[in-house]
Design a protein around this ligand. Sequence first.
Ligand code: HEM
Length: 143
Amino acid sequence: MNSAEESSPRPENGDGEKFYTRDEIQSHNLSKDTWLIIHDKVYDVTAFLEEHPGGEEVLLEQAGGDATESFEDVGHSTDAREMLAQYYIGELHTKDRKKEAKKEVHVTNTRGSSSWTTWLVPAVAAAAVGVVYRLYMLDHKSS
Ligand code: HEM
């Protein structure tokens, strides 16, 4: 019998990370096989269920789906965020990502390039008004 080589249809990036589709992740929604998506990364938290300080129920409620919002709502500590790395198994397929991720980049760019112009324009305008007002008052005093 030939042991056929396992061929993976998943795309991989340069770092050899695996990409999973939402459908594929969705099937790992059991207490013996629990995957979660947090910030477009995929985590296999099966071994963590019993250790989770917040209880296994909350993790199972999100099993196979996107837990980003509930994870952030709790306000997890830095320690908790560092723990994520232990359960990381890959990335959410780019076609299944929400558009939100791109927004952040725009916000950063806008803030970086226009921070000084935002206050400079009104400051110059205010100075000009001040000068005109003083000239006007001087004119009135002397006449
Ligand atoms: C792999 C993902 C997760 C890890 C590594 C993790 C880790 C932790 C850790 C270390 C704590 C203790 C408090 C802290 O250090 O912040 C905690 C608490 C908690 N977590 Fe998670 N968590 C994960 C996912 C989630 C998700 C998806 C939810 C919600 C659906 C959740 C809900 C909670 C709750 C309710 C607490 C208790 C908070 C409290 O009692 O103050 N966690 N988690």
